[in-house]
Design a protein around this ligand. Structure first.
Ligand code: FO1
Length: 342
């Protein structure tokens, strides 16, 4: 069973841990000649150069979380972290005073930056980073091109050009400094037209038995992956069923601040609206089936009534068991969708 997951950082990490666990339960070590392999196509739109180093927040969230060395309370960075270097950088006036680089985390950024400076590609660096821990899944950056997301906002504090009422800032500034409170007008991924899926990504999609869309931010995480030229074509062509999991439960975001992003693309914060935004393959969209929370069962029913396969299951990933159960529900939905030939 080859499963490919499209994912962002924190919600993506919980979901992928559930997929890994559910695979281990369903296919324990080649049981009956079947083994599961999981590949994750990771959002790189949150990435940034800061204080002279390259940060890949979503990749690192997945890496640390799957390795079991992540800070589970904060949701990003390493467990048992200290911040001595960050305090020094602040004294020097380097970097952003509101953005903390933990000491252990900085080790990752320094290693990554050193390898990039030696000429390795982003995906070669990603491959080296995940050699350190047995993750049980393969992490592939969506693209090797730097597609850092820029956010266009109303120029609230007058820092932009005098002639313009709007200005652009890096997604990380908008997210961490302003906590996504400045209304976003638009999101733009730099260099996106030159980007291509990283080596192995198209194959991971076309050779998969199942493609899962994690309950990650549909605009800046999944949206960035889908914006890489060639990605949608690969998804449209794969014989594997594509099942998406809603990041919205009962009109609220599961984690993160997707509700601050969805208005910029004209999508309502609801499970049904996000499902319709991704679209269904029979109408030229992304999905073969859409999984929503039990509290959104009415949305699943109204989509199903239109012939768009949807189902409901408990989506809250409070612990590993519930994440695994959610992954299992997505696998079962894919099997049911395949059987009915939808
Ligand atoms: N998020 C914060 O809210 N404040 C921080 O200082 C911060 C530092 C940071 C450093 C490395 C890293 O990989 C992630 C970090 N994050 C921080 C999280 C990150 O900004 C976002 O939560 C994600 O990019 C959104 O998915």
């Amino acid at each position: 069973m080859r499963i490919t997951v499209l994912a962002g950082g924190v919600g993506g990490s919980r979901f992928v841990r559930g997929v890994r666990e559910e695979c281990a339960r369903r296919w324990p070590d080649g049981d009956g000649g079947t083994e599961a392999s999981v590949t994750v196509v990771v959002n790189t739109g949150d990435d940034i150069w800061l204080s002279g180093v390259r940060l890949m927040p979503d990749f690192d969230s997945l890496l640390y979380s799957l390795a079991g060395v992540n800070d589970t309370e904060r949701g990003w960075g390493r467990a048992g972290e200290t911040e001595r270097v960050s305090a020094e950088l602040r004294e020097w006036g380097v970097g952003w005073p509101w953005f903390t680089l933990g000491d252990l985390d900085l080790g990752t950024h320094l290693a990554r930056t050193a390898w990039l400076r030696e000429g390795l590609t982003v995906s070669q660096v990603a491959e080296r980073l995940q050699r350190r821990w047995p993750l049980g899944v393969r992490l592939l950056p969506a693209t090797d091109t730097e597609v850092d997301t820029q956010v266009r906002v109303a120029d609230a504090d007058g820092a932009g050009p005098e002639t313009s009422a709007e200005r652009e800032m890096h997604f990380q500034e908008w997210w961490t400094r302003y906590r996504a409170t400045l209304p976003a007008i638009a999101f733009r991924q730099q260099h996106i037209d030159e980007a291509r899926p990283a080596p192995g990504v198209v194959e991971a999609i076309s050779d998969a038995d199942l493609v899962l869309i994690a309950p990650s931010n549909p605009v800046v995480s999944i949206g960035t992956i889908l914006a890489v030229p060639g990605m949608r074509e690969a998804l449209a062509a794969t014989p594997a069923p594509i099942v998406g999991v809603s990041p919205i439960i009962g009109g609220k975001v599961v984690r993160g601040m997707a509700d601050a992003c969805l208005p910029a693309i004209g999508v309502e914060t609801s499970a049904e609206a996000v499902g319709r935004h991704y679209g269904f393959r029979r109408d030229g969209g992304l999905l073969d089936a859409w999984l929503v929370d039990e509290t959104d069962a009415a949305a699943a029913a109204s989509l199903t009534a239109e012939g768009l396969p949807a189902a409901s299951a408990p989506l809250w990933m409070h612990d590993l068991d519930r994440s695994a159960a959610l992954a299992g529900a997505a696998m079962d939905l894919a099997a049911a969708t395949r059987r009915t030939g939808d």
